[in-house]
Design a protein around this ligand. Structure first.
Ligand SMILES: *Cc1c(COP(=O)(O)O)cnc(C)c1O
Length: 231
């Protein structure tokens, strides 16, 4: 099978899963955005994806994302930064990212805001929510989500998009995604336009869709197993 065929099969399979996952809970699949997480995969794979109509691309490391965004500047892609972000990378990330999924502390919000202003861009920011047992995976505890969301909403060059989470490893993701849905509702009550719920990966996207995910971040189910499977 050619690489193009492999990726086409992966995309079709993920699209089928999104459709089935939505149908199972009475949702419209058209309300769900597939963000293809391309970390460790080459730019040629992203060109193939774009040709297949998938243009929302996720990355988790600035150095890699920045290089790929530059190399693929001829394509109309939207870059999603989904990894842990250090404040000193904000300047770089603000130049290419349309959406940053991992805002989890005030200094990151102010750093990204200043960087977006310097780049002359508006960047959508999601508040990453820490779910139980997901220690070390980033995020603000649920009790702090609304306050941080308020900072994003008030930032001059940022748009508050909503919330994001990574499910705890090795546990039933359902209860965790249910807590994320609660945080999302709390944020939406104060900021009605902040409708994004970024949740669900290759292994748990159905559970995320059942709890309202609007953006699923899928890597290996689209591209195949990563050489470095910890990322
Ligand atoms: C790698 C990654 C994904 C995609 O993971 P898969 O299991 O390959 O689908 C999603 N979200 C984040 C934050 C990631 O780092």
């Amino acid at each position: 099978m050619s690489r193009r065929q492999e990726i086409a099969v992966g995309v079709a399979d993920v699209r089928r899963r999104i459709e089935a996952g939505c149908t199972a809970v009475g949702r419209d699949p058209a309300t769900v955005t597939l963000v293809a997480v391309a970390k460790t995969f080459p730019t040629m794979d992203i060109r193939i994806l774009a040709d297949l109509g998938v243009t929302e691309i996720g990355e988790n490391r600035d150095q890699e994302a920045r290089a790929k965004a530059a190399e693929l500047a001829d394509l109309a892609l939207r870059w999603h930064f989904v990894g842990r972000l250090q404040r000193n990378k904000s300047r770089s990330v603000a130049r290419y990212a349309a959406v940053v999924h991992s805002l989890d502390r005030p200094e990151l919000v102010s750093g990204l805001d200043a960087a977006a202003g310097a780049a002359g861009r508006r960047v959508t920011g999601l508040v990453q929510v820490a779910l139980a047992d997901a220690a070390g995976r980033g995020g603000v505890p649920p009790a702090g989500v609304l306050a941080l969301a308020g900072r994003v909403a008030a930032a001059e060059h940022l748009e508050l998009g909503g919330v994001m989470a990574v499910a705890p490893l090795g546990a039933d993701p359902g209860p965790a995604f249910a807590r994320l849905a609660d945080s999302a509702a709390e944020v939406r009550a104060a900021h009605p336009d902040a409708v994004i719920i970024s949740a669900g990966m290759s292994s748990d996207l159905e559970a995320a869709l059942a709890h309202g995910a609007t953006h699923v971040r899928v890597g290996s189910a689209v591209f195949g197993v990563r050489p470095d499977s910890l990322r």
